[in-house]
Unconditional design. Structure first.
Length: 577
């Protein structure tokens, strides 16, 4: 099957599928079984999901850059907590090169220099493609390294734990290894656990081995500290400063020494869009030779400003999406509250009755306009509609002929009373408890199916609503108006469907059903219109002639013949016995 891989993290996104036929197109291209389009059963944005909590708070090492969004969306202040131990990591200024080739060569030179002095290196890439490309270049340069992407997903914790080994080189996607402390000198927890659980060793032998293991680790740890701690290399700036800070945050934890530097090129997507022309002009003016990098606080600040622009744009997109979702969020609350009440309530008879009255009043209003003259009433049409939607025939014309004083209000009351009487008759037949269970099941099914269709309709509406701007209309206001109309229509459709099903359902005693089942013919053969009996007989004779009777196991004379002709055995191959 086709599984989506996150281009930034390398994680497999199992269960996720592209929409609008894209996933099916890829499945067809790859020659695998084409599966159905997913239907949305329920949807909610992360923002509205988090808002459902009465209390909301969080802790992360990279919240400061998103403080404005937390304040505007959730009304939460962001407070920076000082580190437990002083942070002594050295964050170098970015180095910008003309081309990716020059950038990659500078990265390899930096990795080689760190490897030779025994300093561990963690290289962060923005995609799996650049991850594997850099790995191939390091292999060609003869530098041993570990690669961490989707293919080594199971080994992630192990690879990250050993990334602090003396002279170790680890290439990872930007998101890898979050929440794991990279121990300088490598982690020995696995070896410690193995010694402690080895039953063949005595306590004194365990203590001696643990002491030797820790002494060996201390030597490696001191060597890495002397080399400058873990060095972080970023091969490209991410769109978000937060992700860059997460990569830098792998180093210099718990007061350990460390350093970080980003190597960029003017061909990187971020620089190509925002800063390429200005930086290229500076390079040309300074007549910088090939392979020479530009490094200055101004350049680093310019790149951070470019990232701020992208972050602001992404925030605006999320904010606009949230404003649209706020419309469906109000509707979602109404539907879910209705469902919860339905599940919690033991008796929904009053709800069903209120729905029935609303639907009947709407039907009556369609044929008898309130306040109209008697001559304007469409009584025959009302009789037909009531018979179709409620399955009971009411002699409305006869009532009006017999009682000349019967006005609109009186007629409504008689129709409601007749509907109540018909429903009470069903209740008496099946029992109160049985009918209540049936009502709940019908209503739940109706709400769920109509809500699914409504979500699909809202999705289609949202996709094309921006075109209203060409008609000098506010797309957001138009969306709110039309979404409300769709929601009102959905509620009316639920009422109509539930009323029709509960009014037209036929109550039958179990004995009647059993009698019908017994009366059903059992020896029946079904044939489609194009069935040729003569041809079928000829084929059966051919099969019979070609296959000797003793080729089949012992079969009863009245059983179907095992040759597949569809005839009884005694009329087919059984004739030969």
């Amino acid at each position: 099957k086709v599984v989506i891989v996150d281009e930034f993290t390398g994680r497999l996104m199992s269960g996720r599928r592209w929409s609008e036929g894209l996933h099916q197109a890829v499945e067809a291209k790859e020659g695998v079984a084409i599966q159905k389009e997913n239907q949305t059963l329920a949807s909610i944005t992360f923002q509205n999901y988090f808002r459902m909590y009465e209390k909301l708070s969080g802790m992360t090492g990279t919240a400061d850059t998103e403080a404005f969004e937390f304040q505007s969306i959730y009304g939460l202040e962001t407070v920076v907590v000082p580190t437990h131990r002083p942070m002594i990591r050295k964050d170098e200024h970015d180095q910008v090169f003309r081309t990716m080739q020059e950038r990659d060569q500078a990265v390899i030179n930096e990795i080689r220099a760190c490897h030779e002095r025994g300093q561990p290196v963690l290289v962060g890439t923005t995609s799996i493609e650049s991850n594997e490309k850099l790995s191939a270049e390091l292999k060609a340069a003869g530098l041993p390294h570990n690669v961490l992407n989707a293919k080594q997903h199971e080994r992630e914790a192990e690879v990250i734990a050993q990334a602090g080994m003396t002279g170790g080189i680890t290439i990872a996607t930007n998101m890898a290894g979050r929440g794991t402390d990279i121990v300088l000198g490598g982690s020995i927890q696995k070896e410690i656990d193995a010694i402690q659980h080895d039953e063949a060793l005595s306590d004194s032998e365990k203590a001696a081995r643990l002491a030797a293991l820790k002494a060996d680790w201390q030597v490696r740890h001191d060597a890495v500290l002397a080399a400058g701690g873990l060095h972080i290399i970023g091969t490209e700036r991410h769109e978000s400063r937060r992700v860059d800070n997460q990569l830098r945050g792998r180093s210099g934890r718990q007061g350990d020494p460390g350093s970080s530097r980003f190597f960029l090129s003017l061909e990187d997507p971020l620089l190509r869009i925002f800063a390429s022309d200005r930086v290229a002009a500076i390079m040309n003016r300074l007549k910088m030779p090939e392979g020479e990098a530009i490094e200055h606080p101004w350049v680093t600040r310019a790149i951070e400003n470019a990232q701020r622009k992208v972050e602001q744009r992404n925030f605006d997109i999320r904010k606009q999406l949230l404003e649209y979702d706020d419309v469906s969020n109000d509707q979602r609350k109404v539907i879910y509250e209705q469902r919860n009440d339905l599940l919690a309530s033991a008796d929904i008879g009053d709800t069903i009755r209120a729905m029935r009255y609303d639907v009947l009043n709407d039907i009556i209003d369609q044929h008898i306009v309130p306040g109209s003259m008697d001559e304007q009433w469409d009584v025959p049409g009302l009789e037909k509609t009531l018979a179709a939607q409620s399955s009971f025939d009411l002699p409305l014309t006869q009532w009006l002929d017999e009682d000349k004083t019967l006005n609109e209000e009186g007629l409504r009351r008689k129709i409601m009373d007749a509907a109540d009487a018909a429903y009470q008759e069903k209740e008496a037949q099946v029992g109160v408890e049985g009918l209540r269970q049936f009502e709940r099941a019908v209503m739940l099914q109706s709400i769920d199916s109509h809500w699914r269709e409504h979500l699909s309709a809202l999705d289609h509406l949202r996709q094309g609503i921006h075109l209203r701007g060409y008609a000098q209309k506010q797309p957001k206001q138009e969306y709110k108006r039309e979404a409300f109309e769709l929601f009102s229509g959905m509620l009316a459709a639920i009422k109509a469907e539930v009323t029709q099903i509960t009014m037209t359902v036929q109550i039958r005693a179990p004995e009647d059903v059993q009698v019908e089942l017994l009366e059903e013919p059992t020896n029946v053969q079904f044939q489609h219109a194009g069935y040729d009996e003569a041809q079928d007989f000829a084929e059966a004779e051919t099969i019979k002639a070609a296959t000797p009777a003793d080729a089949y196991p012992k079969v009863g004379r009245n059983d179907p013949c095992p040759c597949g002709s569809g005839k009884k055995y005694k009329h087919c191959h059984g004739k030969l016995d």
